[in-house]
Design a protein around this ligand. Structure first.
Ligand SMILES: *Cc1c(COP(=O)(O)O)cnc(C)c1O
Length: 387
């Protein structure tokens, strides 16, 4: 029996590959590889999908976050609040513009920012909040926007893992001031390479984002800011245009996979299944369980990298042919790169705890029932032998 991968992009290509290849060949024949009508059309299509007035394509989700911060002139001396339990790109962009990331612990049930702890982290230097809809699960945007309005803060949504997720019926990336998306191949809407986009309602901000992504110029060879080269390639735009109409169905299929896991994993001692934020509709980029060790079994310091119960369960799953992933093994406040921020073990107990417990099971729209059953069977077996 072959291994069950965390995700299998070949299956998607088998289903829609002919359309994707045709779109790529058209771009190759057109001779227009950078910019042009294809990129504009995709930007318009994506803005319509999210429900914003504007969309600005760029090179990656990382650049989308960076450009949003730059467009708000956030930099040295400023603070931006975000979660320590996310991919490095989130905080990296805050540091990249010269500002300081300020972390707030997460809620154990949703893996997202604990909004009850947000206000305490706000200082006169705070300029923005960067919530992450982690694993596709939306943050409570109603509560977050109300806190942001109270303190006059910009909200830059990291939607990299949540394309198509909804908060109270509205797509994420539409509610905050900026929606930042990644089209990295493993995301819900993936290109065949790097790509990203920013959704925004304010046309002036959209113009500024376009200026910044284009070497700081609105008119070619006249530069008003130190910008970057961060464009969405025509080939990627053409591929994304083919894929976007399938996204809602793929996300529904992910939701079906998730509810099957919920059923299969219900009432297994030591396993906590993920819960969508009430009021939200997850895009299920990941199905991430917590493998909870009996008291005293695991260490408290994630930096020592001693294998936890979760790690042993993962190894045992691998032997049975199911590949599970760890997103993320070390919270950002304990990363060596952020040693100078002054955080320590114990600063964010929830993030530290889940970093030792999380296990993301195979999750993609085409995952079959039989494969899921194999994963769950192997998981039950692994829990029994490792505990
Ligand atoms: C993938 C990801 C990013 C970065 O996107 P890239 O397109 O890879 O640059 C940012 N934030 C989160 C939460 C991500 O998962």
């Amino acid at each position: 029996m072959s291994n069950i991968p965390p995700l299998d992009l070949k299956r998607q290509y088998q289903a829609i590959g002919a359309d994707v290849s045709a779109a790529v060949l058209e771009v190759l024949a057109s001779g227009a590889y950078i910019g042009g009508p294809l990129v504009k059309n995709f930007e318009q299509q994506f803005a319509t999908y999210i429900g914003t007035a504007e969309c600005v394509g760029c090179n990656s989700g990382t650049d989308a976050l960076y450009l949003a911060l730059r467009a708000m002139n956030i930099g040295a001396g400023d603070e931006v609040i975000t979660t320590p339990f996310t991919f490095i790109a989130t905080a990296e962009t805050i540091s990249g513009v010269g500002a300081k990331p300020v972390f707030v612990d997460i809620d154990l049930a949703t893996f997202n920012l604990d909004l009850t702890q947000l206000a305490a982290a706000i200082t006169p230097r705070t300029k923005a909040i960067m919530p992450v809809h982690l694993f596709g699960n939306p943050v409570d945007m109603t509560e977050l926007m109300s806190i942001a309005a109270q303190y006059n803060l910009v909200v830059i949504e990291d939607c990299a893992q949540a394309t198509g997720a909804k908060w109270q019926g509205q797509p994420v990336g539409r509610i905050g001031h900026f929606g930042c998306f990644s089209f990295f191949p493993t995301k819900n809407l993936g290109a065949c390479g790097d790509g990203g986009a920013i959704t925004v309602n304010d046309p002036g901000l959209a113009d500024d984002l376009r200026m910044l992504r284009e070497h700081g110029s609105r008119e070619r060879y006249y530069h008003e800011a130190i910008g970057v080269n961060s464009r969405l390639d025509a080939i990627q735009a053409a591929i994304l245009q083919v894929k976007l109409p399938h996204l809602d169905l793929w996300n529904q299929q992910r939701a079906t996979v998730a509810s099957r896991y919920h059923q299969l994993l219900a009432n297994i001692p030591g396993i906590i299944t993920p819960q969508a934020t009430p009021g939200g509709e997850s895009a299920w980029n990941q199905y991430t369980i917590r493998v909870v060790a009996p008291v005293g079994m695991d260490t408290a310091d994630p930096r020592d990298r001693l294998p936890t119960l979760r790690d042993r369960v993962r190894a045992s799953l691998l032997e049975a042919g199911a590949i599970a992933m760890i997103y993320y093994p070390l919270p950002l406040h304990l990363q060596s790169v952020y040693a100078d921020l002054g955080y320590a073990v114990g600063s964010f107990p929830n993030a530290e705890r889940v970093s030792q417990e999380v296990l993301s099971l195979p999750m993609f729209p085409e995952l079959t029932v039989e494969e899921q059953q194999r994963v769950v069977y192997a998981l039950k077996d692994a829990i029994d032998t490792c505990r």
